[in-house]
Design a protein around this ligand. Structure first.
Ligand SMILES: NC(=O)c1ccc[n+]([C@@H]2O[C@H](COP(=O)([O-])OP(=O)(O)OC[C@H]3O[C@@H](n4cnc5c(N)ncnc54)[C@H](OP(=O)(O)O)[C@@H]3O)[C@@H](O)[C@H]2O)c1
Length: 320
């Protein structure tokens, strides 16, 4: 019964290409390092060049340690990791990232939408005018996915989109009239909403991608001790501190569900699965409402504002 989930350890073809957002720390760091150790090519989509290059350096050092004593000339893997700038709080940065990635001419097999934030306690808006969780955790990932879909389609079969969501989606309260916190705001609700929208997006995209051999998954990684809790305060901080003592995982354990969703061939040909504890699981019924899913996606193409509205709306129409 139960037991710890195990991540596939088959070598990956060197041309199999992954993008991991928020790859410089936490769950994204460990996801990136593991995929690269298995031989895949990883693009780290991060907002800080310094943090990303430090992280690559650290991954290489840790790989020397991890594989110390391995026999044979292929004992210590060469990591194929590149940094590219992506600030998800900016639609312009997101659009630029997608354009620059396309210009590299690389294929794209797996997009892992991992970056995320929890906080601040007071409502904050991005320069584009969106509530911060809404844009960073959900909207920019939605835009990124649509912009990169042509590459994922070209790389099919067995391309994947993996949304790192959260059980926090159960603390959501979706009211379109308050979607940007126009009327009220709480960090738990707005984090939860952004995570629910990622799951709804999984369903609506999956339906529109029928026949394209692209899997769309979402997941809860578990309660993982990372920097994400750095801005919590008050009652949320007390709750987080208790959970960290009782039930937290390190990033090695905490990246396993992401890795299974991204790599496990058992799930080839499947789509619209929410993973928890390393396997498909149930989740909040709210996300299964098809009318709400499509409404959310349509709202997002409209809400996205002036930066590239026609492009986003056009990309969404083309998925169908
Ligand atoms: N830890 C948990 O218990 C837990 C539970 C459920 C779900 N999750 C989800 O797991 C994912 C990874 O979280 P984590 O725990 O590993 O957190 P983390 O250690 O704080 O890492 C978050 C990553 O997201 C990046 N990021 C934040 N804002 C960004 C922006 N505007 N543009 C680009 N990148 C940005 C961060 O970059 P910087 O380093 O530059 O800030 C960092 O690389 C998140 O989506 C989170 O919601 C985590």
């Amino acid at each position: 019964m139960g037991g710890k989930p195990s991540v596939p350890d088959d070598q990956l073809p060197p041309e199999r290409t992954f993008i991991v957002t928020g790859a410089n720390t936490g769950i994204g760091y460990m996801t990136t390092k593991t995929i690269a150790q298995l031989g895949g090519r990883v693009i780290m989509a991060c907002r800080s060049e310094q943090k990303a290059t430090d992280a690559i350096q650290r991954m290489k050092q840790e790989t020397q340690e991890d594989f110390k004593g391995s026999k044979g000339s292929n004992g210590i893997p060469e990591l194929n990791i590149q940094y590219m700038n992506l600030d998800l709080s900016s639609l312009e940065s997101t659009i630029n990232f997608a354009r620059q990635f396309k210009e590299t001419g690389l294929p794209l097999h797996v997009l892992i939408c991992n970056a995320g934030l929890l906080g601040p306690q007071k409502k904050a808006l991005t320069d584009d005018g969106f509530e911060l969780h809404f844009q960073v955790n959900y909207l920019s990932h939605f835009l990124l996915t649509l912009l990169l879909l042509p590459l994922l389609k070209e790389s099919a079969p067995n391309s994947r989109i993996v949304n790192v969501s959260s059980e926090g989606h159960k603390h959501s309260e979706v009211k379109l009239s308050n979607i940007q916190g126009q009327k009220s705001y709480s960090v738990t609700k707005f984090y939860g909403n952004s995570k629910l929208f990622q799951i709804m997006n999984m369903y609506s995209l999956s339906r529109r991608l029928t026949g394209h051999d692209i899997s769309v998954f979402s997941l809860h990684p578990g309660f993982v001790e990372t920097d994400i809790f750095r801005t919590t305060s008050g009652a949320t901080k007390c709750c987080v501190d208790c959970c960290l003592v009782i039930a937290s995982k390190d990033t090695s354990e905490g990246s396993k569900t992401s890795l299974i969703a991204a790599l496990d061939e058992k799930y080839n040909g499947k789509t619209a699965l929410y993973f928890k504890g390393g396997k498909p699981s149930g989740h909040s019924g709210l996300s299964r409402n098809e009318a709400k899913q499509d409404n959310m996606a349509i709202q997002s193409t409209v809400l996205e504002g002036e930066a590239d509205r026609r492009h986003l709306a056009g990309s969404w129409r083309k998925t169908g």
